[in-house]
Write a protein that binds this ligand. Structure first.
Ligand code: NAI
Length: 444
């Protein structure tokens, strides 16, 4: 993204500012050993969530303030909105947060502590809780200099002291969520735990990544390896050479396999069992596009997209669930897409398959949770890969800038979200679809 480089250099910055052009910032991305966030934290509100996070951050050695404080600037702002009972309750924290937004450092993180607005609630409580999400999405649009805003929506009956809740808040505070903004993330159980070694949360785990010869899949393989996992990379035989290179790079093993094969799940399990003894983590990343307006669609385009992007995943999941070699607390993450949420012209086949992924994880969640595991999806927006490099220049530029973060994401951004969701600190999250889209302004 040459424009991003240009507007972050002296003359380019001044020019962009004078002409009122978009000014995307260089994002703070996760680096092993770096602090969770830079500078002080501000925790607003007196809810039990606010108290729990204050105690956690103090315990981690952060400077934590409870109100806007003179010249202090903040790298993290936490809003304890988990006990609101009527929309009027939002006012006090909303106005204090407004003051605090002026004191945020570049690449700051705002995290809303929220509760779900279920249909069984009193209407005023539901309105207040839903209001929190509306406020969060708007604050995300207002963030500047690479900052993000997101919400952890914790089920009633669970406390913000639970490791699964703390794990989700830590994800949003960290560089791992650099390209995630405007998103609510539901934490629905207390299972899971914080890792012994924060820099290697996947130590001892065996993971498989499909479609890992290039692009996002290769980045996922590298990221899981960095976080301590042993990695099996899968791709079609035609990509064998690239696949072998990725396998070498991550000190893992390669399995040449077309995932639409009837026995793809069994072959992955056999490989994992033979080489490592078992399988803990599956990332369903392999995916294809065959774009055409529906009026011009043919069976080959339609059927191949459905076969690779969703039918293969459904079949493989059945094999994993039936196998004693797939860990009881096994975790699966599947790649959806914002096209599967908002739809996209020329992508009715792709959107059907990716919306299918969202339905699949929501409905399979119970089966995985019963075992102590989880299944979730990640929905990337515009990510800088070979696929998006082929988009015509003007369309590509528009797609990049039409997001709150005013830039495309990197494959690493998708990989970081996935590495979090397959880790035990995300144990309380299942059946969810997390968007990694820089708060794309198009669609839902
Ligand atoms: P890519 O086309 O660069 O890589 C996909 C990989 O999957 C390739 O190596 C390919 O050989 C492999 N693959 C395809 N069919 C296969 C099969 N039947 N069996 C085994 N491997 C197979 O794609 P990219 O951009 O890295 O995307 C990865 C995933 O992320 C896909 O599921 C895609 O739909 C999704 N995604 C990508 C976005 C983007 O902006 N690049 C946006 C939203 C979702």
């Amino acid at each position: 993204d040459k424009y991003l480089e240009l507007v972050n250099a002296g003359l380019g910055r001044e020019l962009a500012s004078r002409l009122g052009l978009p000014q995307p910032s260089v994002l703070r991305r996760y680096q092993q050993g770096a602090p969770l966030f830079e500078g002080s934290a501000l925790v607003l509100g007196s809810s039990s969530g606010a108290e729990a996070l204050t105690a956690h951050l103090l315990g981690e050695g952060f400077d934590v303030r409870r109100h806007v404080d003179g010249s202090v600037t903040f790298g993290a702002l936490i809003l304890g909105l988990d006990e609101v009972t009527t929309p009027a309750d939002l006012s006090e924290i909303a106005l204090a947060a407004g003051e605090a937004l002026k004191k945020l450092r570049p690449n700051a993180r705002v995290v809303f502590l929220a509760r779900p607005a279920g249909a069984e609630l009193d209407p005023a409580v539901a309105a207040a809780r839903h209001g929190v999400i509306g406020m969060m999405r708007s604050v995300a649009h207002e963030m500047r200099f690479g900052g993000t805003a997101n919400a952890v929506v914790l089920s009633d009956g669970l406390e913000f002291t639970a490791p699964s809740a703390v794990g989700a808040v830590r994800f949003f505070l960290s560089g791992r969520s650099a390209y995630v903004s405007g998103q609510p993330l539901a934490v629905t159980s207390a299972s899971g735990h914080l890792p012994a070694d924060a820099s290697r949360p996947l130590e001892g785990k065996v993971a498989v990544v499909t479609g890992a010869a290039r692009g996002i899949g290769a980045s996922i393989a590298r990221t899981l390896r960095r976080d301590g996992a042993q990695v099996i990379v899968v791709d079609v035989p035609a990509a064998g050479e690239q696949l072998a290179a990725v396998a070498n790079e991550v000190c893992g093993t390669a399995l040449q396999l077309d995932i639409t094969a009837e026995d793809a799940g069994e072959r992955i399990l056999a490989h994992a069992r033979q080489r490592y003894g078992w399988l803990d983590i599956v990332v369903h990343n392999a995916g294809i596009t065959r774009d055409k307006l529906l009026a011009n669609m043919d069976a080959a385009r339609w059927d191949s997209v459905i076969a690779v992007n969703i039918e293969a995943q459904l079949r493989m999941n059945r094999a994993f669930l039936a196998s004693e070699w797939f860990a009881q607390d096994g975790r699966i993450v599947a790649l959806a897409s914002t096209s599967g949420i908002a739809g996209n012209r020329g992508q009715s086949n792709y959107a059907a398959s990716k919306a299918g992924v969202i339905g699949m994880v929501a409905s399979s969640s119970r089966l995985f949770e019963e075992r102590g595991g989880s299944i979730n999806a990640v929905a990337p927006g515009f990510i800088e890969t070979d696929m998006t490099a082929k988009i015509p220049f003007v369309t590509r530029e528009v797609a990049r800038r039409l997001a709150s973060l005013q830039q495309g994401g990197q494959p690493q951004d998708v990989a970081e979200a996935i590495a979090f969701l397959v880790s035990d600190q995300a144990g309380g999250i299942s059946g969810q679809t997390l968007r990694v889209c820089g708060q794309n302004l198009v669609g839902a």
